[in-house]
Write a protein that binds this ligand. Structure first.
Ligand SMILES: [Zn+2]
Length: 391
């Protein structure tokens, strides 16, 4: 079985890039380091370089498992009688945090799709979640899933990330993301899917609402203080401009209505332009009366149809102020039902031009003001205060 260790040269160049020492110099140091080990171990330059890098220099290099073990496609995995040692690969379509119980620590779910189907990978324990986070995989990456086991969660067969499981971005991509896409005609009610569609028109329904629960507040202007009309929320908030957006889209054979919820609009779903092709991930819902809809989780233009950058777009070029970050964070926490600090930083930096320091400062301020709280490794929006009636 070949090793997953990176090539010696690759590691040496990686170290050189990190600490600025020349390759020849590092090689000498590795030779010195070798003397601490018996020959059976020290005879491998590759292993010695790895150990020196990790244990002496403290440099972590992402390990990408070698792709030699037999890989199964997702359809076969789901049909197979085998319940363990499953290896598969595909695109990471979505990653989310969830809890099995209210007070448990956050678990991680990942939707993986290939040309034959889709499955979900679940990581239930803190240590496993940490492993997934440290792998650095992102939505849209082509990933290898190794040594997983099959289980049933909420009546659905999926994969469990257990001890000995690995997930990592693959070195080689076996097929394009587009090949995972489902035709509009084969979408199934209630199922999530990736589709590739062209936007024909858009219809935006803007309103002023509560930044926490996104409920509409009647008779207010943007920026005004108002009482949120939601029973659950009910506290004083700053009226924020929000919008439901619906797009008419087609895959060439069938039309489909894409609906973007206010919580996603402008976040994971940037404004889509007519005449461009997008990879869109979401859930299909058949509705008898109002026509079927595809509720969008994320959308990305396909290569060649990226949005123009610079002059016309405003969002990404605006430097975020501390106040802007402070107002965005509760909205995000509310719509995601709590987020880890890492995920929050990742999302905020995607949304606005801001630094990690600005975000942690905003978090501190919000905590101090009692607007958010931290529990089980996640930040949450604090429950509204019912006292302090100013009349
Ligand atoms: Zn509200």
């Amino acid at each position: 079985m070949p090793t997953s260790l990176p090539e010696t040269e690759t590691m040496l160049l990686y170290i050189e890039g990190r600490i600025g020492k020349k390759v020849a110099e590092i090689k000498k140091e590795v030779e010195e380091y070798k003397k601490n080990f018996a020959s059976v171990v020290s005879s491998s330059d590759r292993l010695m370089t790895y150990l020196y890098m990790k244990n002496v220099l403290g440099i972590e290099m992402p390990i990408i498992p070698s792709q030699t073990e037999e890989m199964q496609n997702i359809a076969d995995v789901l049909k197979s009688a085998a319940q363990s040692k499953i290896n598969t690969s595909g695109y990471l379509l979505r990653m989310w945090d969830f809890k099995t119980k209210k007070d448990s620590s956050p678990c991680k779910g990942m939707a993986i799709g290939d040309r034959t189907g889709m499955t979900e990978v679940m990581a239930f324990f803190k240590e496993r979640v940490k492993q997934v986070e440290e792998s650095g995989i992102k939505e849209g990456d082509f990933v290898l899933c190794q040594n997983m086991s099959v289980s049933e969660y909420k009546g659905k067969k999926n994969l469990t990330f257990g001890s000995g499981s690995q997930i990592a971005k693959a070195k080689e991509i076996s097929f394009k993301l587009e090949e995972v896409a489902t035709k509009v005609s084969s979408l199934k009610n209630g199922a999530s899917a990736l589709i590739q569609v062209t936007v024909l028109n858009s219809d935006e329904h803007p309103y002023f609402g509560c930044p926490d629960c996104l409920k509409k507040i009647p008779d207010v202007k943007e920026g005004q203080k108002a009482k949120c009309p939601s029973e659950k929320c009910g506290h004083e908030v700053i009226a924020t401009k929000l919008a439901f957006v619906r797009y008419l889209a087609t895959d060439g054979d069938n039309d489909l209505t894409l609906s973007v919820a206010p919580s996603r609009n402008g976040n994971s779903v940037k404004k889509m332009s007519t005449g461009k092709i997008y990879n869109v991930y979401g859930r299909y819902k058949e509705k008898e009366k109002r026509g079927s809809e595809f509720s969008v989780d994320w959308a990305k233009p396909v290569a060649g149809f990226e949005e123009e950058t610079g002059t016309t777009t405003s969002k990404s070029t605006v430097k975020a102020s501390g106040d802007m970050i402070k107002s965005k964070i509760p909205v995000l926490l509310k719509s995601w039902k709590g987020m880890t600090e890492k995920k929050l930083i990742e999302t905020c930096t995607k949304l606005m031009e801001c630094s990690e320091e600005q975000i942690t400062a905003a978090l501190k301020a919000l905590m101090k003001e009692g607007k958010i709280y931290y529990e089980n490794d996640m930040y949450h929006v604090a429950k509204p205060l019912v006292d302090k009636k100013e009349e």
